[in-house]
Design a protein around this ligand. Sequence first.
Ligand code: APR
Length: 184
Amino acid sequence: MTASLLTAEVGATQLEICVADITTLEVGAIVNAANRTLLGGGGVDGAIHRAAGPELLAECRTLGGCDTGSAKITRGYRLKAKHVIHAVGPVWGGGGKGEDDLLASCYRTALALAAAQGLSSIAFPAISTGIYRFPPERAARIAVGSVAAEVAHAPRGLTRVVFCCFSPDAAEHHTRAFTELGLA
Ligand code: APR
């Protein structure tokens, strides 16, 4: 099991930061940083589809795509995670096109889908901070802030939320966000 670099309690939910390949995590759902077609891509999208196998794409083909800021849930197939929640983050366009709100909406929608599925744990990659070029420090503050706010007032059975970073730098951005929000 991947060691957590930092954990914090928000109500009944434990928030964690780790550095890992998200496809290795054994949680109720891992979140994919997908595009609007939901038909796969590079980055974490590519890694998740490779690890889940072809049945994931077959199920994604039935979903009819997904709007930016929203998310859809599928099974996890060959992954250790039971489900994949495909969230479509915003492409960074300078910050004046509602990017912050769209990114926050990805996190909120993914939490709601996990809760509706009755899951107790979920892991997020740093949505939009790769190919979509969202500034990683700003994205980490939005990720931690939106998740902490959501689980504080409606945990809905979610006892574990993992921010699965792919580099120590990304973990540092999330750790700083925990500190800025008084979580650590
Ligand atoms: N596990 C965890 N995190 C990962 C992994 C992995 N295996 N692979 C990449 N990441 C991290 C990246 O380092 C980055 O911090 O996921 C974050 C998101 O980066 P991208 O995967 O590039 O996603 P995003 O920036 O949201 O761009 C989405 O990229 O792959 C395409 O189809 C996808 O068009 C969509 C776009």
